[in-house]
Design a protein around this ligand. Structure first.
Ligand code: ARG
Length: 453
């Protein structure tokens, strides 16, 4: 065989994460500053070398924030880019910074610090949205709409009651994020590559510097673990599911068939060919973006499935999933709040539909129950009356007492007060019910700020 020249394949572009992990730079540097101070404190490096490193790191921080930092093709990831620049600036001293740590614990540190900040931002944005929901509920306390089950008219409810349902979903979402934060806020640094380090380090000191509330217990678990990312993606998926249900309702409600609401033009677009159209694009896109949020969760679960301990490079695939979910949730929250605030309600239409479809049939049955008829029997009687009315194209209100008495002698004039749509709403006074005073209670409760981390 002729001597075939072996061609080297350049895989650096394939393995690099710098194009997306550079957003971790501020955390990478803050983490390195704390690590450096610890190395000095524990006399692993000298004070003067430590000072040189700290000065260098602060300069790099400034270069990056002012977009003056020059990333080089050989900078595989953010950790190597910062270290490369530090060594350029400080020579041998910079080379000592990596004592007692590895990129495996460093990357987990950066991700945890980043996520800690983002969870707080997302939680504040959810609170904003909750605020828009409460304000709209307060403004529209008079509005009655048909409540639905199976997307069929079920019972009349206050619009505010319906909207406040979302408030409570979001409250649980915030609780879940706060809980997730507890497991994010654990210091992984100085677990080393996987086995710990032989240097006498002080992880408590690093944790205090960086505001971590606890320290990881097992160095192998520390560098293997992406549960905290998966948990966040999962909590985010649940939040997005809530957004998607709300978006879907906005789409349906704004259709000409429903005409319950009108969305502000800012949140709609026209059609390029049909001049009469006003499309609810923003709500549709919120619904549509749920796909990527679920996908991100599914994707990382799959990346992690079957990985042997400890660190494996596969785990670098966590970042784009995480960043995309963070960005998408923030984008959605930023548009959803003003969208809710700007909703215009067609209260006449809602009321007239609430009156249709025998939405007061349960109240009619309750009327008989209060007169001593067992509920099951009352239910049957009213069903017969509804069928009778349907056959005559009448609503329950349009029946005469005489007609009603054919079904039961218990009917009298007071029946019409009970099945009056406003009365139907007002009578549902059980806790959490749709009676105005109970909905006001929910609103009042929503204003009691619960303590969240
Ligand atoms: N860029 C890597 C990641 O995101 C950092 C850790 C690399 N560690 C290693 N031993 N190659 O996961």
């Amino acid at each position: 065989m002729k001597n075939k020249k072996s061609k080297k394949t350049d895989t650096s572009g394939f393995t690099a994460s710098i194009s997306f992990d550079r957003r971790l730079a501020p955390y990478d540097i803050e983490g390195s500053i704390a690590h450096c101070k610890m190395l000095v404190k524990c006399k692993i490096i000298s004070k003067s070398e430590g000072d040189k490193i700290l000065k260098g790191l602060r300069e790099i921080e400034e270069e990056i924030s002012k977009e003056k930092f020059k990333f080089l093709p050989q900078d595989e990831d953010i950790h190597m880019a910062v270290e490369r620049r530090l060594i350029e600036k400080t020579g041998e001293s910079g080379g000592r910074l990596h004592t007692a740590r590895s990129r495996n614990d460093q990357v987990s540190l950066d991700m945890r610090m980043y996520l800690r900040d983002e969870i707080k931002k997302i939680s504040a944005l959810i609170e904003n949205l909750q605020d828009s929901i409460v304000k709209s509920s307060e403004r529209n306390m008079e509005v009655i709409m048909p409540g639905f089950t199976h997307l069929q008219h079920a019972q009349p409810v206050l619009f505010s009651h319906h909207l406040m349902a979302y408030f409570f979903m979001l409250k649980r979402d915030r609780e879940r994020f706060a809980d997730c934060l507890k497991r994010v806020n654990v210091l992984p640094l100085d677990a080393g590559a996987l086995a710990g380090t032989s240097s006498s380090i002080d992880r408590e000191f690093v944790a205090r510097q960086l505001g971590f509330s606890s320290i990881s217990e097992n160095s192998i678990d520390t560098v293997s673990d992406r549960d905290f990312v998966i948990e966040f993606l999962s909590v985010g998926a649940m939040l997005m599911m809530h957004f998607s249900r709300l978006a879907e309702e906005l789409v349906i409600w704004s259709s000409p068939e429903f005409s319950f609401i009108e969305m502000d033009e800012d949140f709609c677009t026209g059609s390029s060919i049909m001049p009469q159209k006003k499309n609810p694009d923003v709500a549709e896109l919120i619904r549509g973006k749920t796909g990527r949020i679920y996908g991100n969760l599914q994707s990382l679960l799959t990346v992690m499935k079957g990985l042997p301990l400890s660190y494996n490079r596969d785990m670098q695939e966590d970042k784009e999933r995480l960043f995309d979910t963070v960005d998408t949730l923030k984008n959605v929250l930023t548009v959803l709040s003003p969208l809710i605030s700007s909703l215009k309600l067609n209260s006449k239409r809602m009321l007239s539909l609430a009156k249709e479809g025998y939405a007061n049939a349960t109240d009619a049955a309750d009327y008989l129950v209060k007169k001593g008829v067992p509920f099951r029997k009352a239910h049957r009687l009213i069903r017969d009356i509804v069928l009778y009315s349907m056959g005559r194209g009448k609503s329950l209100e349009e029946l005469s007492v005489k007609e009603l008495k054919v079904f039961s002698p218990l009917f009298s004039e007071d029946f019409f007060d009970v099945i009056n749509i406003k009365r139907c709403v007002e009578s549902r006074k059980s806790q959490g019910g749709t009676a105005p005073e109970k909905v006001k209670n929910q609103i009042k409760k929503s204003k009691v700020k619960e303590k969240q981390e």
